[in-house]
Design a protein around this ligand. Structure first.
Ligand code: RFL
Ligand code: PHB
Length: 393
C-alpha cells in the first residue's frame, strides 16, 4: 500500500511527535512511523527539565495546557559539595529566566493526545523502516505494520528515530562525520512516590555525583553516579537512599523523604554529534543526530530546538516557496547542539568522580566549584547556559 504525504517522519518520540504537531497546525501533512508500540514509548522514563524556550515552543504548538497547570516553575537550581552550604544558581536574577520541571512522559502523552485530536497519521509497531531515494525529489520510506507492507512517499523524510535509529545510517560514511565521547560511569535513577525537595540539587561528593529532581508534588526522581558494570540487583532501595543522602550532605540529604522505588534503571553517559543534519531531502532531528550526558538537562531541549528550527524551515518552504531556513537548518541546529554538548560535558566533568581522578584533578575540581561560589560572573554564565541560550532568528 502506498501512502503519499508532504513529510515522512521516522520515530514518534518527543522530536517526531512535536514536529508532526507543529506541521499539522500549519496545514502541512505528515505521516509518523514508529518502531515500538505507543505504550512502550510512554513507559520510558527520561527527561524532566524544560528550558523556557522549550516551554514557549510547546505552548505555541498547542500542547502547553497541562504543562502549565502541572509543571513546576523554578527560578534556579542548587549545587552542593565539600560539606558546604548549597550554592543556589539564581537563573531569574542572572538572566531573568526560569525553567520548568515537567516529565517527558506526560509531555509525550500530551503530544499523542493532540495528534489523536487532529486525526494525525501515526503508525506504531513498524520494526523494519527503510529509506529510499533521499537525494531525489520523491524520497520514500518502506516498512511492515500489521503484517502489511507499506510505502510512504513524501517531499522530505525526517529522521527523529533516536540514537539507535536507521535514518542517520542513510547518510554515506563519506559525508557523515561523527564525534563521540564515552564517560566511565553511569547514572542509576529511581522514581519514588514521595514528595520531592523544593529545588533541583546537583551534588559533587567524594563518593560520586548525585541529583535530586522531581516530576510532581508526589513523585520524586533521584540519581546517583555508579560504575557502568553495576547491576540493578546490586542496588537495594536501602542502599540507594543511604548513598543518595550521604552524597547530598547532612542538610539537604536530611530533607529527603524516602519510600519504595517504583522504577529503577541504569543509563550510560555519552556525548555524540553527527554532522551534517541534512543529506539531500533527509533531515535529522533530536537524539538521531546527537546525544549529551544528562548532567546539563539538555537532551530533550535540543530535540525541541531542532524541531523548532526545522519546522520553521518547512513552513517557509511550503508557505513562501523560500528555502533559506531549510538550507541553514543543519548549521544553525549544530551551533546550538555543540554549545549544549560543551556545557553538558563541562557539568559532567565538574560534578562527577572519575575512576582515574588524581589528587591534582580533585583539587582543580574543588577550586572550580569554589570560584563558581565566589563569582557572580561565573554563576551568571552557568545560569545562562542552564536556562538555554536564545534561539537564532
Ligand atoms: P527518542 O526519545 O529516543 O525517540 C526516538 C523514537 O524513534 C523510535 N525509533 C524508530 N522508529 C522507527 N524506525 C526505527 N528504525 C526506529 N528506531 C528508533 C524509538 O522507538 C523512539 O520512540 O528521541 P527524540 O525524540 O529525539 O527525543 C530525545 C529525548 O528523548 C532525549 O534527548 C532525552 O530523554 C534525554 N534526557 C534528558 N533530556 C533533557 O532535556 N532533560 C533531562 O532532564 C534529561 N534527562 C534524558 C534524561 C535521557 C535519559 N536516558 C535514559 C537516555 C535522563 C535519562 C535517564
Ligand atoms: C530529571 O529530572 O530526570 C533530570 C533533571 C536534571 C538533569 C537530568 C535529569 O540534569
Amino acid at each position: 500500500m502506498t501512502i503519499t504525504t508532504q513529510v515522512a517522519i521516522i520515530g514518534a518520540g518527543p522530536a517526531g511527535s512535536l514536529l508532526s504537531q507543529i506541521l499539522g497546525r500549519a496545514g502541512i501533512d505528515s505521516v509518523v512511523v514508529e518502531r515500538s508500540s505507543r505504550s512502550h514509548v510512554l513507559e520510558r522514563i527520561r527527561a524532566g527539565v524544560l528550558e523556557w524556550g522549550s516551554v514557549e515552543v510547546l505552548r505555541d504548538a498547542g500542547v502547553g495546557e497541562r504543562m502549565d497547570a502541572d509543571g513546576h516553575v523554578h527560578d534556579g537550581a542548587s549545587i552542593v559539595w565539600g560539606g558546604r552550604d548549597h550554592l543556589f544558581i539564581d537563573i531569574n536574577r542572572h538572566v531573568g529566566s526560569h525553567f520548568m520541571s515537567y516529565g517527558q512522559t506526560p509531555l509525550q502523552e500530551d503530544l499523542y493526545a493532540a495528534a489523536a485530536e487532529r486525526g494525525a497519521r501515526f503508525i506504531f509497531e513498524a520494526p523494519d523502516v527503510e529509506l529510499h531515494d533521499v537525494l531525489g525529489d520523491r524520497p520514500a520510506i518502506t516498512f511492515t505494520a500489521n503484517g502489511e507492507s507499506h510505502r510512504v512517499e513524501a517531499d522530505f523524510v525526517v529522521g527523529c528515530d533516536g540514537y539507535h535509529g536507521v535514518a542517520r545510517q542513510a547518510i554515506p560514511s563519506t559525508v557523515l562525520r561523527t564525534f563521540e565521547k564515552e564517560y566511565p560511569f553511569g547514572w542509576l535513577g529511581i522514581m519514588s512516590e514521595t514528595p520531592p525537595l523544593p529545588d533541583i540539587v546537583y551534588a559533587n561528593h567524594e563518593r560520586g555525583f548525585a541529583l535530586a529532581s522531581q516530576r510532581n508534588p508526589m513523585l520524586s526522581r533521584y540519581y546517583v553516579q555508579c560504575p557502568l558494570d553495576d547491576a540493578l540487583d546490586d542496588w537495594s532501595d536501602d542502599r540507594f537512599w543511604s548513598e543518595l543522602t550521604t552524597r547530598l550532605g547532612p542538610t539537604i540529604g536530611g530533607q529527603v523523604v524516602t519510600g519504595p522505588s517504583i522504577e529503577k534503571s541504569i543509563a550510560p553517559l555519552r556525548s555524540f554529534v553527527a554532522e551534517p543534519m541534512r543529506y539531500g531531502n533527509l533531515f535529522l532531528a533530536g537524539d538521531a543526530a546527537h546525544i549529551v550526558p544528562p548532567t546539563g538537562a539538555k537532551g530533550l531541549n535540543l530535540a525541541i530546538s531542532d524541531v523548532h528550527y526545522l519546522s520553521r524551515g518547512l513552513i517557509q518552504h511550503y508557505g513562501d516557496g523560500v528555502d533559506t531556513y531549510l538550507d541553514s537548518y543543519s548549521d544553525m541546529a549544530l551551533r546550538r547542539v555543540w554549545s549544549a554538548v560543551r556545557f553538558s560535558w563541562w557539568m559532567t566533568k565538574l560534578l562527577h568522580r572519575f575512576p582515574d581522578q588524581t589528587e591534582f584533578d580533585q583539587r582543580t575540581q574543588e577550586v572550580e566549584l569554589d570560584y563558581l561560589a565566589s563569582s557572580a560572573f561565573a554563576q551568571a554564565s552557568v545560569a545562562e547556559q542552564y536556562a538555554g541560550l536564545p534561539f537564532e532568528i
